[in-house]
Design a protein around this ligand. Structure first.
Ligand code: HEC
Length: 105
């Protein structure tokens, strides 16, 4: 079961990554590709409808602050604190900017 779940998430990451590559006018930079891969893990819980249950409809600074609030236990959380602790503050910034720019495309 854990293996199946891992493969499922991997497929989501791959399809998001390939999707971005197919629709981007310019090839993705390494930094953009890394952000897409980091953000791919969120889809498992927040959905793959291209909007990630509203995650992409807020500004990068708002999303970054929310994720840092989870990481540093400033807001109540069941799983997001554990997830956010898995990223450096810089990576959280990259993830936030990635979701914010999805809207701009
Ligand atoms: C294991 C499932 C799971 C994964 C993976 C996950 N989340 Fe969450 N997320 C939740 C749950 C559950 C909540 C509600 C808060 C809580 O209890 O932790 C939440 C809440 C949030 C919120 C605040 C609610 C809102 O809509 O404003 C944000 C922002 C968020 N998640 C972003 C992310 C991002 C970005 C990622 C990827 C780095 C991610 N989540 C990965 C389950 C998940």
């Amino acid at each position: 079961m854990p293996i199946t779940r891992k493969l499922g998430l991997g497929a989501v990451v791959m399809s998001m990554t390939l999707g971005s590559m197919a629709f981007a006018a310019e090839p993705l930079t390494d930094a953009e590709l890394q952000a897409a891969v980091l953000a791919g893990g969120c889809a498992g819980c927040h959905g793959t409808d291209g909007n990630l249950s509203g995650l992409s409809s807020r500004s990068a600074s708002v999303l970054e602050r929310q994720l840092l609030n989870f990481k540093y236990e400033r807001v109540p959380s069941t799983v997001m604190t554990r997830i956010a602790k898995g990223f450096t503050d810089d990576e959280i910034g990259e993830i936030a900017r990635y979701f914010a720019q999805l809207d701009a495309r």
